[in-house]
Design a protein around this ligand. Structure first.
Ligand code: PFF
Length: 456
């Protein structure tokens, strides 16, 4: 007989776990970069529109699939659409989980190194010229980044083997509030810096002349990535949701939390960057944001009070570690639950297989900054290839198929039952939701896909 499936023990735990999956490097790293590249406040407004117009309905779809099937993401489609090819959507999700996890832990590992550098006060007295050198020496080193990524993968493993309630839920309840507190402290400190005004204007005064279709599609792609949509992470978590949880309320809360943290990351980074003399309008905030620009920003912005530089840098890198960890936990769980339920492995063994595989693939990704930098496919290093294929290809394709599945294939009665908890909750707008899932979301996602393939 199959062992009983675990469940999240409380509504709060369920929402925090799913919000933890959503809040990650996407909020604190990718969002500010995209905001910087795409012109600031106007991009943010479009981004918020995408979160609620497209992201929320797709999230609800993942929730409906997960909770109604009570299965891992691959098993869910087999159960809800037996004998059809829809099972490939779930399997694609598992594959995507593998790929994202393998490169995500490389960057997550870097944050451990930077927290260490901050803790041991090694940024003190450095100038803008030093930071690119520090980063390049570290990232191209054959073993240092690997040690960091191994630590990160094992932290994730530790939480996963404890199980859904004692591992994922318990740690989400500890890490997420800590993350909120850190974000709050950092926002206040950043906004109060002399010279923060330009950063605030950049975030608050929209310049619509910068908006074009590519900016809008970038906003949508970012919304998707940030909400962890398209690969079954939220579907897997929803399979542990209790029948009492209101799916629409949970989805709304997760979208709000994710958006708030992304915005607050903006309010940490842009005011501090303008205080340190960076020119935001001319794209000073780029891909090197976290590891080259920001350590310098923290030094320059608090030049008069070195203790503040120290505390700010340390708290900031701790914050990213927490955010990344709650996301890798969800990525890991997609694969672990798949292996336990589909192949009958014990949880600890399934987790170990995923952990070791990710470590090996992660090492390849990490080495592609150093000794393996010459190995390229279509001009991309191994790391870039993993990043590019998962974010630009696999997630949007997964998201499109998920919305088509719920919009066209699933019985409307099942969707209604899940969203109303079998008639105990009121539901408005089911028709609108189905319309979005049938037409709006798939077309919009197709747009993201074509944009990312540079076919626009
Ligand atoms: N949403 C995460 C972030 O913003 O960093 C990234 C992510 C996690 C994407 C889990 C997909 C996923 F399943």
């Amino acid at each position: 007989m199959r062992p009983m499936r675990e469940k999240f023990g409380s509504k709060l735990g369920a929402v925090l776990a799913a919000a933890g999956s959503a809040v990650g490097l996407g909020n604190i790293w990718r969002f500010p970069i995209e905001t910087g590249r795409n012109g600031g406040a106007a991009f943010i407004l479009i981004y918020i529109g995408c979160i609620f117009l497209i992201g929320l309905p797709v999230m609800l779809s993942e929730f409906v699939i997960g909770r109604s099937s009570q299965c891992n993401t691959a098993g869910a489609y087999r159960k809800l659409a037996p004998g059809t090819q829809w099972k490939w959507v779930g399997r694609l999700g598992v594959l995507t989980g593998f790929v994202i996890m393998s490169y995500y832990v490389v960057v997550a590992g870097w944050t451990i190194q930077y927290a260490w550098l901050a803790l041991t006060n090694q940024f003190a007295g450095r100038t803008a010229e030093d930071f690119p050198v520090i980063f390049n020496n570290f990232a191209t080193n054959p073993w240092q980044p690997i040690v960091c990524l191994v630590i990160f993968v094992w932290l994730t493993h530790y939480v996963i083997v404890k199980g859904v309630t004692r591992g994922i839920e318990r740690w989400s309840k500890i890490l997420m509030p800590l993350l909120f507190v850190l974000v709050f402290i950092l926002v206040v400190a950043s906004v109060c810096m002399p010279g923060a005004g330009e950063g605030l204007r950049f975030l608050l005064q929209p310049d619509f002349s910068k908006v074009n279709s590519v900016v809008a599609l970038n906003a949508m792609g970012q919304a998707f990535y940030s909400l962890s949509l398209g690969m079954g992470a939220l579907c897997t978590y929803a399979s542990y949701f209790d029948k009492q949880i209101s799916l629409s309320r949970a989805a709304m809360n997760i979208c709000l939390i994710d958006t708030l943290i992304a915005l607050m990351a903006g309010f940490i980074i842009f005011p501090a960057a303008s205080a340190a003399g960076y020119r935001l309008q001319s794209g000073d905030i780029g891909a090197s944001l976290l590891f080259i620009t920001l350590p310098n920003v923290f030094q320059q912005a608090f030049a008069a009070v070195p203790l503040l530089s120290y505390v700010f840098s340390l708290l900031f890198y701790l914050l990213i570690i927490l955010a990344a960890l709650t996301s890798t936990i969800s990525l890991h769980e997609v694969v672990t639950s798949y292996m336990t339920e589909e192949f009958g492995f014990k949880r600890s063994r399934a987790a170990l297989i995923e952990t070791v595989t990710c470590m090996l693939l992660g090492c390849l990704c990490s080495l592609s900054f150093g000794p393996l930098r010459g190995i390229k496919l279509a001009g991309l290093t191994i790391f870039d290839l993993f990043d590019w294929t998962s974010s630009n290809l696999l997630l949007p394709i997964g998201g499109m198929l998920i919305s088509l599945f719920v919009g066209w294939y699933l019985k409307r009665e099942l969707v209604r039952n899940e969203l109303t908890n079998y008639g105990t909750l009121r539901l408005r707008g089911l028709r609108v939701l189905i319309f979005i899932l049938r037409f709006v979301a798939p077309l919009a996602i197709l747009g993201i896909l074509l944009n990312q393939l540079h076919l626009f």
